[in-house]
Design a protein around this ligand. Structure first.
Ligand code: ZN
Length: 335
């Protein structure tokens, strides 16, 4: 089923089986002679069936269809390679994520080796990583095959019908995350940059140190935009973008302090700290989390520790292949 949220911009709710997020919002900017699809869903039958049904309902399979990928995660890019095989289809993405999509489509799950190795150094249990790497759709239901991607840059304009869409590079959630901003109407197609009800994650990236710091800079750069409607990659559509960005920033700042407080005078890995950070959450706490939720939470903690390190508030020590963090101590006795 499709829903029109602004003239010519339709949402298609795409199921994401076996994920905590449950659905993706893919959007179709309907125009002639070419339509623009923003994000695709997983490379799984449930996503594929819903996407093709939505595209058929909107008549987009008969016309030209281009694709904009907000970022490389499989729930957004999973069907990009097969859709790109249609004649004259252009796939757009930010440079880093576009390159990642090409590699992911060529290498399959082996693509994630660098992330898994890095998270092993952050203390992530081997069994948890093996479980996630072999079962989570984000790891195993990505695009497959050859895909060419046109890399977009900050400020590029994509024109589809009445919509003039400006590319905003908003890294943090991934290194090359991009959003589209319809300036005339104040509409932001935000991907996983901001959501109405959940906080943006900033997972560990081997090629992007301090992803949380990068994300906070992206929030700064977008805050000045006159955004009247946010069409996010997951969850409900919302209008109070600036208040939401401020709340996100405040929430991240609180979590930084929590992380530092829980670290106390000990020395700990991201994996050791994460259950403590999630202990008192509603819904049963750490033990009730799905393996994928534990995996993403540990990656998030690694990002908080890297932010604290960049702020000079913790230091890392690497020993026997494990990275442990401790508070920066300014007393001479500590040195
Ligand atoms: Zn994502």
């Amino acid at each position: 089923m499709t829903e029109e949220f602004a003239p010519g911009i339709y949402r298609m709710e795409i199921p994401l089986p076996r994920t905590a997020l449950r659905t993706l919002n893919a959007y179709l900017v309907r125009a002639a002679p070419r339509n623009l699809l923003v994000d695709t869903g997983l490379n799984l039958p449930e996503s594929r069936d819903a996407l093709y049904a939505g595209l058929a309902e909107l008549g987009a399979l008969e016309g030209g269809l281009d694709i904009f990928l907000t970022h490389m995660h499989a729930d957004h890019s999973g069907l990009a390679a097969e859709l790109a095989a249609r004649p004259e289809t252009t796939v757009y993405a930010g440079a880093e994520d576009g390159a990642a999509v090409i590699r992911l489509a060529a290498e399959g799950p082996a693509f994630w080796r660098g992330v898994l190795d890095g998270m092993a150094r952050h203390g992530c249990p081997e069994l948890l990583m093996r479980t996630v790497a072999t079962t989570h759709p984000g790891m195993i239901a990505g695009p497959v095959g050859d895909v060419a991607v046109d890399f977009v840059n900050e400020g590029d304009i994509l024109r589809y019908g009445a919509a003039s869409l400006r590319v905003l590079l908003v890294p943090g959630h991934t290194p090359g995350h991009a959003a589209l901003f319809d300036e005339a109407r104040g509409i932001l197609l935000s991907g996983d940059f901001i959501f109405a009800d959940v906080s943006t994650t900033t997972p560990y990236q081997p090629n992007m140190p301090d992803p949380l710091g990068v994300f906070l800079s992206s929030l700064d750069s977008v805050r000045a935009c006159d955004i009247r409607l946010v069409l996010p990659g997951h969850g409900r559509i919302f209008s109070d973008a600036r208040a939401r960005m401020d709340a996100l920033r405040a929430g991240r700042a609180r979590r930084l302090e929590d992380t530092l407080r829980l670290l106390g005078d000990s020395e700990a890995t991201a994996a050791e700290l994460t259950p403590l950070l999630h202990r008192s959450r509603s819904g049963g706490g750490w033990e009730s989390y799905m393996p994928s939720q534990q995996w993403f939470a540990i990656q998030d903690t690694a990002a908080f520790l890297e932010r604290l390190e960049a702020e000079g508030r913790v230091v890392r020590a690497e020993k026997d292949g494990l990275i442990r963090f401790r508070r920066q101590c300014f007393l001479a006795a500590c040195r």
